[in-house]
Design a protein around this ligand. Structure first.
Ligand code: FMN
Length: 188
């Protein structure tokens, strides 16, 4: 059965926005109705059966707007299926799963959402914003590492779960969460 899905995202340089658009396309291809919107433009999750939320990662953190969105909508999100993703790793670490920042992990648990899936990101001179980003985009991290097959496959899984009206759940007990360090390039 067709469901109404919100794909909300927080992006600084456009890469996560592109991933959100691809997720929206895939959900529509599976017969759902999907609104793709920047988190700051979403006032209410009430019209939606399910929510996909994604943020870019900067220095191991989610974008502030995405965290704020989670915090402000805990009650509404608790009642719906919620799927999280974050986008970041580029260069040699592009396939490294990134851990959820503690604040996001805490909020995800209170909502009952599965841990965020990691999608590789993009860092290119043409889209880089800010001195540091431009500098990093001129080095070995440069490139568009977004894996569209992985993004589409994940979206298809989300679509199937939404169709089955299956609520996402937190799989891992907090004590067992991965302590793996994220891409070291950004941490000095
Ligand atoms: C200053 C800076 C810090 C970053 N920190 C991280 C990080 O901690 N972890 C990570 O996986 N990616 C990190 N990245 C890579 C970005 O997350 C990646 O470029 C992402 O695709 C940007 O998304 P956006 O275009 O939606 O803003 C960093 C990039 C910059 C420029």
């Amino acid at each position: 059965m067709s469901k109404k899905v919100l794909v909300a995202y927080a992006s600084k340089m456009g890469a996560t926005a592109g991933i959100a658009a691809a997720i929206g396309d895939e959900l529509r291809a599976h017969g759902h109705s999907a609104d793709v919107a920047e988190v700051t433009s979403v006032n209410d999750v009430a019209p939606y059966d399910a929510v996909v939320l994604g943020s870019a990662i900067y220095v191991r953190r989610w974008r502030r707007d995405a965290v704020r969105f989670l915090r402000h909508n805990v009650a509404g999100l608790r009642q719906r299926q919620v799927w999280l993703f974050h986008s970041g790793p580029v260069g040699p670490d592009k396939d490294e799963d990134q851990t959820m920042p503690p604040a996001v992990r805490h909020l995800a648990r209170s909502i009952g959402a599965t841990p965020a899936v990691t999608f590789a990101g993009r860092l290119e001179p043409a889209t880089a914003k800010g001195f540091l980003a431009r500098r990093l985009a001129a080095g070995k991290l440069a490139g568009d590492a977004r894996d569209w097959d992985k993004i589409r496959a994940w979206s298809a899984d989300v679509s199937a779960a939404i169709e089955a009206t299956q609520r996402s759940t937190w799989h891992r007990p907090p004590a067992n969460h991965s302590r793996k360090r994220p891409a070291g390039h950004f941490l000095g």
